[in-house]
Design a protein around this ligand. Structure first.
Ligand code: ATP
Length: 298
């Protein structure tokens, strides 16, 4: 069965003077997907999101959301977004701002359900200006979902949140997806994207470097991560090691052959403790992808 895509960006570019922020990007997202949009600082993620939400017009190419132009109000009802920075009205209470935004949508989530989902129930009567930075961030994401939009675009939603707040936001995002919602999320916390997103799109210099399942992207990096505690200098000369980082006596090695490395440690009687071997992470894959793109660009 063919599923009609929710997001179709075709050959989209956007420039600001000499800066080509988004460079001929084509992306299709199906309903129910949760897609991580990754890239280094200045890669073009926020500008691409602004094109998908209809806040900016492409210099060339087309964007369609649920078949419509996101610059038209009728299409924008299907979109919820949390930009990197949001300005909430300081003197309006949390529940009031939720109810105010709700009135713009035909079938909004009940305020109580939204407050509960985002852990904001105890703050319902608090003025927005009296919320902490993390509480404001949670409210901003809640407001993106109040109208039960088909698509939600979250630009670094968990920046500045403590661990507990981050976990509760992940749960809220997963609940929204479980209800059939579609999510595009940017984050510099790659372990967060690895946990949430089944698919990642990596962009750099405005271009798509990779668009694949998260696992396939990780599998592209044919290395394992070996961590141990040791002050032995012979660690610098082990075979198959791609990179080595020291933090005090904690050493993290990326290697193409973890078995050979561990055999060698034992054979050479290297003094070490707390040895751990793990597969590569999305962060390792991302670092390798963007490094090789930087080399190509140079
Ligand atoms: N209004 C603007 N005028 C001129 N250049 C802009 C404008 N907005 C963005 N840019 C440029 O476009 C490029 C992409 O910016 P963008 O904000 O999309 O990056 P990003 O991937 O979101 O980065 P970050 O991770 O730092 O948020 C950058 O070079 C930026 O300086």
């Amino acid at each position: 069965m063919t599923v009609t895509p929710l997001v179709v960006a075709e050959d989209v570019s956007r420039s600001f003077g000499d800066v080509l922020a988004v460079d001929h990007v084509s992306v299709t997202i199906r309903p129910g997907e949760l897609v991580g949009l990754l890239g280094p600082n200045g890669a073009g993620k926020s500008v691409l999101i602004s094109l998908l939400t209809g806040l900016r017009k492409p210099s060339s190419g087309t964007v369609r959301i649920a078949g419509g132009d996101p610059r038209q109000p009728a299409t924008r009802v299907a979109i919820g977004a949390t930009p990197q920075e949001t300005g909430l009205p300081a003197t309006i209470k949390v529940k009031e701002v939720i109810e105010f935004v709700s009135r713009h949508y035909p079938d909004p989530l009940p305020a109580e359900k939204l407050l509960d989902r985002f852990g904001l129930t105890d703050l319902a009567g608090r003025q927005c200006g009296a919320l902490s930075g993390g509480q404001q961030r949670r409210l901003a994401v809640a407001l993106a979902m109040v109208g039960r939009p088909a698509l939600v675009l979250l630009d670094e939603p968990t920046t500045g949140l403590d661990i507990e707040a981050r976990h509760s936001l992940w749960n809220a995002i997963e609940d929204y997806q479980a209800d059939g919602g579609t999510v595009v999320i940017t984050s510099h916390y790659l372990e967060e994207i690895q946990r949430l997103a089944r698919r990642v799109i990596v962009i750099d210099h405005g271009r798509v470097l990779v668009d694949d399942t998260t696992q396939s992207v990780i599998d592209r990096v044919d290395v394992d991560r070996v961590s141990l505690h040791s002050t032995d200098t012979r660690l610098d000369d082990l075979p198959g090691v791609v990179s080595l980082e020291r933090d005090g006596d904690q050493v993290t090695l990326l290697t193409r052959d973890a078995d050979a490395l561990v055999h060698r440690l034992c054979a050479d009687d290297v003094d070490f403790s707390r040895l751990r071997v793990a597969g590569a992470s999305l962060e390792d894959a991302f670092a390798q992808l963007t490094r090789s793109d930087a080399r190509r660009t140079a």
